[in-house]
Design a protein around this ligand. Structure first.
Ligand code: ATP
Length: 268
């Protein structure tokens, strides 16, 4: 999709994150544009998850600002900030479902706690969200431990969608899935973006995901966003990590597979 004219929903400016003497981010800038799927990549430990946590309010950065819908969340009182933060849906790396609750109860929980729905209404709505996330009828009555890895991801996605977010944050959603399961999950994200008009911030190591669904890609390197642009422009950037990543054996395979399924797209 054309995101060039879209107004940023999220503007990260001058972000600094430190743990003790270790500096993870130093004056990092990044936008998330309305309606885009933004892929966030970088070597292990470059701070992709810390960046996600800083944006959604789970970590207070050491410096810098995070504006959401034009509002700097750091400057807001707690109650107002949490109202903005409810416009975020977050899917964590491990799914983070409560093991003692059924899948339906997991998805209903935010609806009861944050939207004030009755248990019956919340569970009814939860079953709709589970269907939206592509889970078969009956999955809702199971406990997370009874589901396959792919189904746990879908259940966690349903919970992230519970409060009808404007922006979906996904931390390595296809990690641990087999290639067919991962491709199906990618398509689900794209379908949901198209149907619900979501913006998506997606941390991934999965090159196939970048080729299949991302509108822009941000590369984290050396404590900053090195480049945030279309796949073609990012892949052409003169940087050793980028060249290795996009033009190494796995990058070539992903480009080849994307090219053979969608003629006319990027060739390596
Ligand atoms: N709570 C914490 N306390 C101390 N150090 C932390 C904490 N959280 C993250 N870090 C450190 O910050 C750095 C960035 O971590 P982060 O998880 O964001 O990396 P990442 O880019 O998501 O890595 P990966 O691709 O391996 O998941 C790492 O060196 C990590 O050890």
């Amino acid at each position: 999709m054309d995101t060039t004219k879209a107004t940023p929903l999220v503007e990260v400016r001058g972000l600094v994150n430190r743990f003790g003497t270790q500096t993870i981010h130093e004056n990092l800038d990044l936008d998330i544009k309305a309606g885009e799927i933004l892929g966030v990549v970088g070597g292990s430990g470059t701070g992709k998850s810390v960046l996600l946590r800083s944006i959604v309010g789970l970590r207070r950065p050491n410096a810098g600002s995070v504006k959401v819908f034009g509002q700097d969340l750091q400057t807001l009182p707690e109650t107002q900030r949490s109202q903005y933060e409810r416009r975020f849906g977050v899917l964590f790396q491990q799914g983070a479902l409560f093991s003692s609750l059924t899948v339906t109860e997991n998805v209903a929980l935010p609806l009861i706690e944050h939207a004030g729905l009755s248990r019956d209404d919340a569970e009814h709505l939860a079953s709709i969200k589970l269907a939206l996330a592509g889970l078969p009828p009956g999955a809702g009555d199971k406990y997370p431990s009874e589901l396959s890895g792919g189904m746990v991801k879908r259940a966690a996605l349903a919970r992230a969608l519970a409060l009808d977010p404007d922006i979906l944050f996904l931390d390595e959603p296809t990690a641990g899935l087999d290639p067919i399961g991962a491709a199906a999950f990618d398509q689900l994200i794209k379908t949901l973006r198209d149907a619900l008009g979501l913006s998506v911030f997606l941390v991934t190591h999965d090159l196939d995901t970048l080729y299949a669904i991302c509108d822009r890609i941000a590369v984290l390197s050396n404590r900053k966003v090195l480049v945030a642009d279309t796949l073609e422009r990012v892949a052409a950037t003169d940087n050793a990590w980028i060249q290795d990543y996009f033009h190494g054996p796995r990058g070539r395979a992903a480009a080849f597979s994307a090219h053979s399924s969608a003629p006319g797209e990027l060739q390596s």
